[in-house]
Design a protein around this ligand. Structure first.
Ligand code: SAH
Length: 350
């Protein structure tokens, strides 16, 4: 089978064998990538039309107990100027975001143990009370099922927890011993079971990753059926053990976005900040490759440069209407509309 036939098979059946995944990923050309992008964009248009959903990202704490080797805010990085936002500051971000047209707020942070379950419950409830037409997404790492249940009851709608890699030996080369792949997957399963719209995902070109690992990730994602998938290139951070590792491939990231769209037609798929960071216009090309979500930053200006997961992170301020207008304009230019909507996953109509 040639690559075009493999892509057609994925389009038609929504899955591939491990062998075919590896073959496709190891031998794709620009022509294959463009072909997959075209098909993927058509699939996304059929499900979500010309809509692009925006999510307001609020990076509320850069304290983290973990020491992931790739991440700029890892516990052992002493160069980080640590901060925590107060509840009022978080609500102020939502207030600004709401006025700009955001209807989803993503609370992302390191695994900061000073926040109790109750603290999160209060924040979630206050956001949902004030902005009842908005969705709240959490991206705060691994917790107990009980905590996840409490926050769901408090009104949280979605949860992002990239699995990072489904291959245990690869997981081990990215994380210290105390972090276990099994627990991360347990979290994802619990979240789904509780009723969250759940997102998993990987970094493309993370150190020691090979195409077999990515093939395993694709097969895992097919089986797990996430509602969202976060996929962006790995970008080294100067104060981490991976500082000298090369960044992930821009083209492979775009190709994977397309393949994920073909495999999971209804998935909510962001063109990530990391993609826009490694290449100007990356997020637009991400949309044209099958993505349908963009996650601009709503964090207060003063803390922006402190939430540095990787070097040169895009500082696309959307705190001002002007910046969001620019994003709208960029999307318009490629034929897409940034919409004022929660942008939920399209579940099967019962
Ligand atoms: N603490 C939360 C949020 C992590 S930050 C959690 O554990 O889920 C969100 C994502 O950023 C991570 O899942 C990781 O995939 C990505 N990330 C971290 N460091 C990165 C780097 N150097 N380059 C690219 N992406 C990175």
């Amino acid at each position: 089978m040639n690559n075009k036939e493999i892509i057609n098979l994925l389009h038609k059946s929504g899955e591939l064998s491990k062998e075919l995944w590896i073959k496709l990923l190891e031998s794709y050309t620009d022509v294959d990538r463009t072909y997959a992008a075209k098909l993927a964009r058509k699939v996304a248009d059929d499900v979500y039309g010309k809509n692009v959903y925006i999510r307001g990202l609020i990076e509320f704490s850069n304290y983290c107990k973990n020491d992931c080797y790739y991440c700029g805010i890892r516990a052992n990085n002493k160069c980080v100027d640590r901060y925590r936002l107060t509840q009022d500051e978080i609500l102020e971000c939502c207030n600004n975001g709401y006025k700009l047209g955001f209807r989803t707020f993503v609370l992302q942070g390191g695994e900061d143990l000073t926040y109790s379950d109750e603290w999160y419950e209060t924040v979630i409830k206050s956001i949902k009370e004030k902005y009842s037409d908005c969705a709240v997404t959490l991206s705060i790492g691994e917790r107990s099922r009980e905590s996840y249940e409490k926050w769901f009851k408090a009104g949280a709608d979605r949860f992002l927890l990239r699995h990072e890699t489904i291959t245990n030996e690869h997981y081990r080369s990215l994380h210290p011993e105390n972090l276990k792949l099994d627990n991360r997957i347990r979290c994802l399963k619990d979240l789904k079971d509780i009723g969250y719209q759940v997102g998993c995902g990987i970094m493309v070109g993370s150190p020691y990753q090979n195409m077999e690992h990515i093939a395993n990730d694709m097969i895992f994602m097919k089986e797990f059926q996430p509602n969202m998938v976060g996929v962006g290139p790995f970008i080294p951070h100067k104060d981490t053990p991976f500082k000298d590792m090369p960044a992930g491939s821009y083209e492979l990231t775009l190709f994977l976005l397309s393949l994920i769209r073909l495999m999971l037609p209804k998935v909510l798929l962001p063109a990530t900040t990391a993609l826009g960071t490694i290449k100007d216009g990356g997020r637009e090309e991400g949309i044209l490759s099958g993505a349908n979500v963009v996650m601009p930053n709503l964090s207060p200006k003063l803390v922006r440069d402190k939430y540095m997961l990787y070097n040169n992170k895009l500082n696309t301020g959307t705190e001002s209407a002007a910046h969001l207008d620019m994003l709208r304009e960029k999307m318009k230019m490629i034929g897409y509309n940034v919409v004022v909507s929660r942008g939920d996953y399209k579940f099967e109509q019962k």
